[in-house]
Each structure stands twice: as structure tokens, then as C-alpha cells.
Unconditional design. Structure first.
Length: 235
């Protein structure tokens, strides 16, 4: 009986580790994507033509070996698979944690947890909602909330955050704050899962990596809506 319980325990631990590895791997794929996407967005500071040339390049990448938008579709498929793995593992780990603790704590103290670690779940859900809106606005639906044209990527971007649409820019800035928190703790967690936090020095390095990734990516992304709201990036 005791042996069966032990085997069950070992299996549960192994599959928890597998789920955490899946979260870390898909998370690293996202980090690479958002880093490149953030860098590409900064083209908005170079003006209309530079930005639109970059948007067009994304579609002609890999041609003539691949059809137009072929490389973009490869990236999209990898991102969709990563999203399924990331959200699926998060839900499975979430369920396991609640099953392991069927009675609630009388007093819930978050002794050694940071704000970013406590906001991983709901921050993640907020980011998912943001990405759904974001894709509807810029890619799938091409919605111009200012009522302008939708066939020009740069103008669509500027219309989305300027003039009477400034509030959408503010929503994007709030979403980038959520992204920063998520990346801060996510990077540390991924390092932990990959066994890179075994000493005090390596834990400190993982914490620094979390700050750097969060500030560079969320900070870099924030520049475009911020400078569009204040009229530096204009049509
Ligand atoms: C201030 C922040 C952001 C801005 C201004 C922004 C802007 C844009 C724009 C303009 C496009 C369309 C590009 C084109 O038509 O060539 C786009 C596409 C996209 N963005 Fe963002 N983005 C931001 C943040 C994010 C974040 C945080 C994520 C993911 C977590 C994300 C995921 C995507 C995806 C998946 C696409 C679709 C790419 C495709 O399949 O064509 N974006 N973004």
C-alpha cells in the first residue's frame, strides 16, 4: 500500500516537472517573439515609410523559397502551439495546486512572494485578453477605432493611440505593465525550472535576468504608445 502511494507520488512529481518544463520552454519562445516584435515596433520612430517597409518585409521573408507570408505563417503556427502548451500547462498546474490544498488557509500571508509572483495567474489571463483584442485590432480584424483607413499599417498604428483614441494608448501601457510583471517573475521561474537557481549567486543572477527582460521588453513596447499619445509619432 505504502509502495503504491510512493509510486503515485513520484509520478505526480514527474508530471509536475514536465508541466513546468513545458511552461518554461513555451515561455522562452514567447520571450524571443516579444523581443523581436518590440524591436520591430521601434521602426515607428523612423516614420511612415520605414515602418511600412518593415511590415512588408515580414510578409516577403523567406521568398521565393517560401510563398508570400510563408515564414510569417510558420511563426504564427509556432506561437499558437506555444500558447496552447503554455495555457494548458498553467491550467493543469493551477488545478494540481488547488487539489493539493483542498482547505483554504485561515490567514493567508504572502511572506516571501513578490507582487509579480502573486499576479502570475490573473496577469496571465489579462495578457491573454489583451492579445485577443490586439490581434483583432491589428491583424485579424484590422479595426481602426478612430474610423480611419485600415490598409496602411503605420497609419493604423498611429490612429489607434492618438487624438481621441489616446485612451487606447493608456490601455496598451497598462497591458505592458502587466507584461512587465509577468516577464519579471516568468523569467525567474523558467531559470528555476531549468535548474539555474541552485546557489545564492545564481538566484541573484536569475532575479537580475527577470528585471532586465521585463524592463527591456515592456519598457521598449511602451515607447510607441507613449510617444504616439504625446504626438512625437504622427502621421
Ligand atoms: C505597445 C505594444 C504593442 C504594439 C504597439 C504592437 C503593435 C502591433 C502591430 C502594429 C501589429 C501588426 C503588424 C503588421 O501588420 O505587420 C502587431 C501584430 C502582432 N502582435 Fe503586437 N504590438 C504590441 C505588443 C504585443 C504583445 C505584448 C504581444 C504578445 C504578447 C503581441 C503580439 C502580436 C502578434 C501575435 C501579432 C500578429 C503577428 C502576425 O501574425 O501577423 N504584440 N502588433
Amino acid at each position: 500500500m505504502a509502495t503504491t502511494e510512493l509510486v503515485k507520488g513520484v509520478r505526480a512529481t514527474r508530471s509536475t516537472i514536465a508541466l513546468k518544463l513545458a511552461m518554461a520552454t513555451s515561455g522562452i519562445i514567447f520571450i524571443l517573439f516579444v523581443l523581436l516584435h518590440m524591436y520591430g515596433n521601434l521602426k515607428a520612430f523612423s516614420g511612415h515609410d520605414a515602418y511600412n517597409t518593415y511590415a512588408e518585409h515580414l510578409r516577403t521573408l523567406g521568398t521565393p523559397m517560401l510563398p508570400r507570408s510563408g515564414a510569417l505563417w510558420v511563426i504564427r503556427v509556432v506561437l499558437i502551439l506555444s500558447l496552447v502548451v503554455h495555457v494548458g500547462s498553467a491550467v493543469a498546474l493551477w488545478k494540481r495546486a488547488s487539489a493539493a490544498r483542498s482547505t483554504k488557509y485561515q490567514v493567508k500571508k504572502n511572506v516571501a512572494s513578490s507582487l509579480s509572483s502573486r499576479t502570475m495567474r490573473w496577469g496571465g489571463v489579462t495578457l491573454l485578453l489583451f492579445v485577443i483584442w490586439h490581434l483583432l485590432e491589428f491583424t485579424i480584424g484590422k479595426i481602426n477605432i478612430s474610423g480611419g483607413a485600415t490598409n496602411d499599417p503605420y497609419n493604423l498604428l498611429v490612429d489607434s493611440f492618438s487624438g481621441t483614441s489616446w485612451w487606447m494608448g493608456v490601455i496598451y501601457l497598462i497591458a505592458m505593465l502587466c507584461l512587465g510583471f509577468h516577464l519579471h517573475h516568468g523569467t525567474f521561474s523558467a531559470c528555476q525550472t531549468l535548474g539555474l537557481t541552485n546557489s545564492a549567486a545564481s538566484r541573484a543572477r536569475a532575479r537580475i535576468a527577470g528585471w532586465v527582460v521585463a524592463i527591456v521588453i515592456a519598457g521598449g513596447f511602451s515607447l510607441v504608445p507613449l510617444f504616439t499619445i504625446f504626438g512625437v509619432i504622427t502621421k
